[in-house]
Write a protein that binds this ligand. Sequence first.
Ligand SMILES: NC(=O)C1=CN([C@@H]2O[C@H](COP(=O)(O)OP(=O)(O)OC[C@H]3O[C@@H](n4cnc5c(N)ncnc54)[C@H](OP(=O)(O)O)[C@@H]3O)[C@@H](O)[C@H]2O)C=CC1
Ligand SMILES: Nc1nc(=O)c2c([nH]1)NC[C@@H]1CN(c3ccc(C(=O)N[C@@H](CCC(=O)O)C(=O)O)cc3)C=[N+]21
Length: 291
Amino acid sequence: MTATLIDGKAFAAGLRTRIGTAVAALKTQGITPGLAVVLVGEDPASEVYIRSKGRMTREVGMNSFEHRLPADTPQADLLALIDRLNADPAVNGILVQLPLPRHMDEAAVINAIDPAKDVDGFHILNVGRLATGQKAMVPCTPLGCLMLLRDQLGSLSGKNALVIGRSNIVGKPMAQLLLRDSATVTVAHSRTANLRDLCRQADIVVAAVGRARFVQGDWIKPGAVVIDVGINRTDDGLVGDVDFVSASQFAGAITPVPGGVGPMTIACLLANTLTATARANGLPDPQGLTP
Ligand SMILES: NC(=O)C1=CN([C@@H]2O[C@H](COP(=O)(O)OP(=O)(O)OC[C@H]3O[C@@H](n4cnc5c(N)ncnc54)[C@H](OP(=O)(O)O)[C@@H]3O)[C@@H](O)[C@H]2O)C=CC1
Ligand SMILES: Nc1nc(=O)c2c([nH]1)NC[C@@H]1CN(c3ccc(C(=O)N[C@@H](CCC(=O)O)C(=O)O)cc3)C=[N+]21
């Protein structure tokens, strides 16, 4: 079998077009959504990501505010900046790029963000809301994966889903979203026994491991949908956590890297910023952008 390619880049472009239309409508009411991105220190990978975020934010008609702080910034200064952004009515969304320098307490920083402006969905209130089925800000990468899966499969109800990785930013929220869509969810991690056998039973595989080409083709159940979240820089360029060439022989559909989940993450960040803006102004949630 040769898998269908899931074109995340095209899907994301379509999503951004719809977001742009919604932003234009808000502007006629005098509302311009604003997204603030905070980068502490210099990380070359983050630089690329932040530049494309800024460009796409402006392309959909939103205001983009960038704050770059040196790596040795005291945590108190970062918290003071977050307080200012929380209080600024022109800022509807706040993203603090992770990972933070080692001297900072990541949880303390994230939880200082106003949950209503937490467009990453990492604040403990949003995490708890998602876990309990309440209206939340949903993390961008898992939200993008969910959109691609729903588009591919229609209903996820009763499907066996395997999430490889249990991080707070990808694996755990992905598992919550799949569960909410009534999939039967298994979460694997570095201590999981018989990962290959678990994988062979999965109708849906979401790989968020951080190891280049980790998931092998013969682990994939024939016809399964494979979502590759991994971003690994190697000598042969950017590759995912799935061995794309071999997995394509077994999967029914698969996302490429680049051009799969990555562009969806940015589009969902803009979607969350639009949703946050609507909620801040007492307007209904934009259609089709919240899970
Ligand atoms: N496309 C996008 O938009 C985004 C891509 N990414 C990419 O996704 C990947 C995952 O990111 P993130 O979740 O932050 O990574 P983390 O490093 O936080 O988590 C990796 C997870 O993989 C698990 N793992 C590691 N080795 C194995 C193994 N041998 N077998 C099974 N599980 C294993 C770890 O298990 P344990 O908990 O036991 O250590 C951990 O739960 C990275 O490549 C990252 O660059 C991340 C965010 C957004
Ligand atoms: N607070 C916070 N929120 C995040 O969402 C967050 C973060 N910190 N830290 C880093 C990770 C990583 N991440 C990516 C987003 C888009 C691409 C992306 O657009 N990738 C392109 C390729 C880009 C390239 O060529 O480098 C693609 O896959 O096609 C990649 C990675 C978001 N993250």
